[in-house]
Ligand binder design. Structure first.
Ligand SMILES: NC(=O)c1ccc[n+]([C@@H]2O[C@H](COP(=O)([O-])OP(=O)(O)OC[C@H]3O[C@@H](n4cnc5c(N)ncnc54)[C@H](OP(=O)(O)O)[C@@H]3O)[C@@H](O)[C@H]2O)c1
Length: 272
């Protein structure tokens, strides 16, 4: 690598990123950190226009270009409905981060057909369509960064999230196949798998009478939930130009929750 300047290794100046599910939570933190790295950002979301506008305003305040696209990623025509307008407004997509996802709590025998379909469409088929819409053009330009957001449930399954977990695992297999296909063309594919992260997705556990504190303590060796910015930091690393030889990886951001072992309190005997 000719330029070993630290800032150049992490700079996305002059690049354009598309982040799905970027109005809140992990996606919003990712949009903000990519903006701090210099990227202009296309912010995709579903319904919360005010939250998406806030993320865009924050990016513009930093001198970035930002545009908001309220498009359901599960649409079959997501290429035409989301990618084409984003390219028209901000330019070719150099960085794609797939963060939007749907989870429906139900055991397998209780899962309704429509919820199974919705999770397959949103969490897997949408990614296939988005990859087809952006990756060939990335390869033509010789630069691309794709990061998908997985989940700790790929490694530590929850019986109430069987379809969601299966789609996250399938997602990883998909991007590893693409990593192999495009490695020689400058496009990298990696997956970041969060453990429990404090977002609106799990706000119901913090409602009065909820089990948040105990649940969060039990979910990692860190004894707490993570914050969206802690996930965004790992995504930023994969998106950095300097990470050009890192592809096909999965990185847990989970306070060690992926490590098999007993979660006794640090310093505790654990019963031995
Ligand atoms: N939070 C966790 O503990 C955790 C753990 C493991 C993995 N993850 C993964 O991390 C990612 C982000 O989760 P999060 O907790 O940050 O979620 P969140 O706070 O619930 O935010 C969801 C975001 O996705 C958007 N969205 C939802 N459905 C969409 C759709 N069909 N099309 C387009 N946008 C859609 C929402 O838009 P609106 O605001 O407009 O509705 C919002 O911006 C997901 O892939 C999730 O599976 C999260």
């Amino acid at each position: 690598m000719a330029d070993t300047d630290f800032h150049a290794l992490y700079s996305l100046a002059g690049r354009t990123a598309l982040v799905t599910g970027a109005s809140r939570g992990i996606g919003a933190a990712i949009a903000r950190i990519l903006g701090q790295m210099g990227a202009d950002v296309a912010i995709n979301h579903l319904a919360d226009a005010a939250a998406a506008a806030q993320v865009a305003d924050d990016l513009r305040a930093r001198g970035r270009r930002a545009a908001v696209f309220d498009v359901d990623v599960a649409r079959r025509d997501v290429a035409a409905a989301l990618v084409a307008p984003a390219v028209a407004e901000l330019g070719p997509i150099d960085v794609l981060v797939v963060s939007a996802a749907r989870s429906v709590y139900a055991t397998l025998e209780e899962a309704r057909d429509e919820d199974i379909d919705a999770q397959i469409e949103t969490n897997f088929k949408a990614t296939v369509r988005l990859l087809n819409a952006v990756v060939p053009a990335m390869a033509q330009r010789g630069f691309g960064r794709v990061v998908t957001i997985g989940s700790i449930v790929q490694e530590a399954p929850l019986p109430v999230l069987p379809i969601y977990g299966a789609m996250k695992a399938a997602h990883l297999a998909l991007i590893r196949a693409e990593a192999v296909r495009w490695a020689a063309r400058g496009v990298t594919f990696n997956n970041v798998s969060p453990g429990l992260i404090r977002t609106e997705r799990n706000a119901w556990r913090r409602a009065p009478g909820g089990d948040w504190d105990a649940f969060a303590r039990s979910c990692s060796f860190a004894g707490r939930a993570g914050e969206p910015e802690e996930v965004a930091c790992a995504v930023a690393m994969f998106c950095a130009p300097g990470a050009s030889f890192v592809t096909g990886e999965n990185l847990f951001v989970a306070g060690g929750a992926q490590i098999p072992g007993r979660r006794s309190a640090p310093g505790g005997s654990g019963g031995d």
